[in-house]
Design a protein around this ligand. Sequence first.
Ligand SMILES: NC(=O)c1ccc[n+]([C@@H]2O[C@H](COP(=O)([O-])OP(=O)(O)OC[C@H]3O[C@@H](n4cnc5c(N)ncnc54)[C@H](OP(=O)(O)O)[C@@H]3O)[C@@H](O)[C@H]2O)c1
Length: 207
Amino acid sequence: MRPHGKNGAHGPHVPAAPATRRPDSTAPVARPPLDVARLLAGRRILVTGATGFVGKVALSLLLDRYPGIGKVFVLVRPGTGGTPEARFFGKVVSGRPFDPLRARHGAGFDAFVHEKCVPIAGDVSAPLLGIPAADLARLEGLDLVLGSAGLVDFDPSLELALGVNVRGPRHALELCRRTGAALVHVSTCFVAGTGAGGLWAEAPSGG
Ligand SMILES: NC(=O)c1ccc[n+]([C@@H]2O[C@H](COP(=O)([O-])OP(=O)(O)OC[C@H]3O[C@@H](n4cnc5c(N)ncnc54)[C@H](OP(=O)(O)O)[C@@H]3O)[C@@H](O)[C@H]2O)c1
């Protein structure tokens, strides 16, 4: 699409991305650059696994780079006798992965994370991620589920592993279908090379 006027109808002119070709045509198709900040502005996102290694960093980066994000609902297992709020605000955002965000906001850090983040209780191994009915109602019109919950133990019980790593993504999809959200699923690919038999961590993998 050609921009109208000097700077185009939608703001200053941005150089076009490299042209790609449709598989069924020789005509080049220009794609606009991906503007993630604009795409996420005002969006409502649910993040799972935000108490974990990958999820903490992902959440901190999201909030640091895209402060215009609308709301981030954070699925948290409360722990015995606790609340999702106490665990998330008391033990998660106080951690080092949130240091860049803390440095950026200074004294306004607490207010910022309380404004953006809404901890909700849940468990990915349960239907609809185990989210209580009252919280499900708040998720109507959700834009995105970022699923980073996972069981990364090498020898969990089969039932536990299936519940988290197989049924968990299905339950996330179920929530997406109900709310209209898109799903980004964080996964892992183990590469074991072409060797046969057992594989030991100390042994060279052979590529
Ligand atoms: N670490 C890596 O280098 C790496 C690299 C590539 C991909 N990944 C993938 O990223 C995902 C997360 O890995 P990680 O390293 O961040 O693992 P992690 O540190 O063990 O964190 C796991 C997260 O999943 C949550 N979780 C586990 N079971 C749950 C359940 N039933 N309901 C709700 N939440 C549950 C945990 O919550 P609690 O705190 O309540 O236990 C925690 O937030 C996995 O799928 C992993 O395969 C990891």
